[in-house]
Design a protein around this ligand. Structure first.
Ligand code: C5P
Length: 236
């Protein structure tokens, strides 16, 4: 039973307002993609690693990973959307066995702890075909109408049944490939922001396990500062 990690790092990171792709933005001694890759390999449950890079940056990203001692790793060009990048990662996998596991992780969550990575993989190996880590939401969430200038509230979902979803997300390889094959027919505007969403559309069960606040996603400059503090507290 082989476990492969697809590490998505092909985003531009426009919302971070940095001139270089987000995955290459450094915190302390290394860029985000290296922090995330280090933890995936340190988990000792990942046998192979595929990283999706922005198409113009495949060579430099491969070099950065190599210089940081990340081995073995395959670096490929990602797509125009995250969904396309994950699909490209799946295409790059060598032929596998029926019980193989694939976890999909975002370089934008560089400090997802080794323990979380292990728990996700364990849950898939125990027989759950789709597993996602998630945390209860602290804020009240409103649903709004998609108006042009003014937003109006149309509903307030019960917070107790809402979860904020993280990565890594873990899947049986066959199920994830099937989900992406179906989703590839859709226009880019309908692409999913996470892989579990594609599995849900097949009508398959997705199991939720406890996430980690350390697996926070870096989107803005403020997130980058918070993540830097997390790194100072616990370097791996
Ligand atoms: O843009 P956002 O932060 O939501 O992206 C989530 C993850 O997906 C990031 O790690 C980003 O690098 C990756 N991504 C990708 N290919 C894209 C867009 C985003 O691999 N086309």
């Amino acid at each position: 039973m082989t476990t492969t990690a697809i590490l998505t790092a092909a985003g531009s990171g426009d919302r971070l307002g940095h001139p270089i792709p987000k995955a290459l933005v450094p915190i302390a001694d290394a860029p985000l993609v290296v922090h995330a890759a280090r933890r995936l390999l340190a988990s000792n449950v990942v046998d192979a690693l595929v990283v999706t890079a922005p198409p113009g940056v495949v060579g430099p990203m491969a070099r950065v990973l190599h210089d940081a001692g990340i081995e073995p790793v395959i670096v490929i060009a990602g797509g125009a959307t995250r969904q396309e990048s994950v699909a490209a990662g799946l295409e790059a996998l060598p032929p596998g066995a029926g019980d193989d596991v694939v976890i999909v992780h975002d370089a934008a969550r560089p400090f997802a702890p080794v323990s979380l990575i292990r728990r996700v993989v364990r849950a898939v190996r125990e027989g759950h075909s789709a597993v996602i880590p998630a945390l209860p939401v602290a804020d009240t969430i409103k649903q709004i109408s998609a108006g042009d200038r003014v937003e109006y509230v149309v509903g307030t979902p019960d917070r107790s049944v809402l979860r904020a979803v993280q990565t890594p997300q873990g899947f049986s390889r066959a199920l994830l490939e099937q989900a992406h094959a179906v989703a590839a027919q859709r226009p880019a505007s309908d692409h999913a922001t996470d892989d579990a969403g594609l599995v849900e559309e097949l009508g398959e069960a997705v199991v939720v396990i406890r996430g980690s606040s350390r697996a926070m996603k870096i989107t803005t400059q403020t997130d980058l500062r918070i993540a830097s503090a997390l790194f100072d507290e616990e370097p791996i």
